[in-house]
Ligand binder design. Structure first.
Ligand code: KG4
Ligand code: ZN
Length: 348
């Protein structure tokens, strides 16, 4: 079975072709994945501008589709299933992918399955490893979400409401990705802040500044990051521009350490409470070098993280999530494909 994945929920336009030769049991072959990042386009604004994002998806989606088909050496007539992200995200951006999927369904009669973007992130470790010891805790750290999930079964057995029913805890305010992006912006770093802060932090002392670790001592598996940006803003104002430049690397390392510490504490607690056998870290922030190193050094269970290209938004994880659903529930009926729409909210 060949699955075409389409991802356009935010600022990455991505199409992938995956092949499943042995149903769910074998590792999928990623025949191709082509992505167009809008980072340079949004750079002058210091963040994502939704209208700019959707217009660029409209420009890019056909060339990206063609490139993914060419790279895989397949034609649309070789595709057995289309998996498309339809929530959550920027509605204007999601609509481009959803409309492409519906059009291909009408023209080529290819079955369609909608995919919850965050379920795509949750399944992403399975792109390279099918043998993750269960039960497993997954730390989901994307740009807009910071959550802990308990994974008790292989993906082709996940219930239809998996994303909401597997949740152990979540951020009560900002996501870790937002904390990275907002504090990086305060320091004058470009978007996406997490990536640049990670680079700057390598040269600094993580213990130089004591930024808050909210909810750290509490028994909850929830997170809170909104206090961090206030603390960073106060520190920057008190220091003044010259001192900030002088201590730039120390500030970066200390901000990163506060975020990583908070993620680590709650992850350890979740592993203890659930007696899980492994940890997966997924989403854009999973690419953070300090987070990856400390998780591997300080945890006793095996840690699985997708390759960096599958941590950030990508169509391969969407194709895999679509296939897992298809093996269990089948594709949408044609009338449901016609009724398919895009939704900004994460609710399933
Ligand atoms: O999962 P993702 O690509 O998009 C969403 O679905 O939101 O995550 C984007 C987030 C941004 O907040 C970005 O700053 C962060 O991932 N990010 C990082 C790193 N690379 C990307 N954060 C920390 N360290 C990194 N190396
Ligand atoms: Zn994402």
């Amino acid at each position: 079975m060949r699955v075409l994945g389409i991802e356009s929920s935010c600022d990455d336009c991505s199409v992938a072709v995956l092949s499943f030769e042995q149903g769910w049991s074998g590792k999928p072959d990623i025949l191709s994945m082509c992505s167009h990042s809008q980072v340079a386009l949004h750079h002058p604004y210091g963040g994502i501008v939704p209208e700019v994002a959707s217009r660029d998806h409209l420009d890019q989606i056909f060339p990206v589709l063609q490139a993914a088909l060419d790279q895989a050496g397949v034609k649309l007539s070789d595709i057995d299933l289309i998996a498309v992200t339809n929530r959550p995200g920027l509605v204007g951006s999601l609509l481009i992918g959803v409309t492409l999927a519906k059009s291909l369904h009408i023209l080529h009669k290819i079955p369609v399955i909608p995919v919850h973007h965050l379920e795509g992130h949750l399944i992403s470790p399975y792109l390279s490893n099918q043998d993750i010891p269960l039960p497993s805790v997954t730390l989901l750290v994307s740009g807009g979400h910071t959550e802990l999930h308990l994974v008790k079964a292989a993906p082709h057995e996940w219930p239809s409401d998996f994303f909401s029913t597997s949740r152990l805890g979540r951020s009560r305010d900002d996501a870790a990705g937002e904390a990275f992006d907002k504090t990086a912006k305060q320091l004058g770093l470009p978007y996406p802040g997490g990536l640049y802060l990670d680079r700057e932090a390598k040269l600094g002392d993580p213990a130089a500044f004591a930024f808050p670790r909210a909810l750290g001592a509490k028994d909850t598996l929830d997170f809170s990051f909104s206090g961090l940006k206030t603390a960073v803003s106060d520190t920057i104002t008190k220091m003044g521009p010259a001192a900030v430049q002088e201590r730039f690397a120390d500030l970066s390392a200390s901000i990163q350490e506060a975020i990583v510490d908070a993620l680590l504490r709650k992850t350890k607690l979740a592993l203890e409470q659930t007696q899980a056998q492994s940890l997966c870290i997924v989403g854009g922030v999973a690419a953070n070098s300090r987070l990856r190193a400390r998780m591997r050094d300080e945890l006793t269970v095996p840690v699985f993280t997708p390759e960096p290209v599958y941590c950030t938004d990508n169509a391969a994880m969407i194709a895999l999530a679509g296939a897992a659903r298809y093996f269990q529930f089948g594709a949408l009926k044609p009338e449901a494909v016609f009724a398919l729409n895009a939704h900004s909210a994460a609710k399933q």
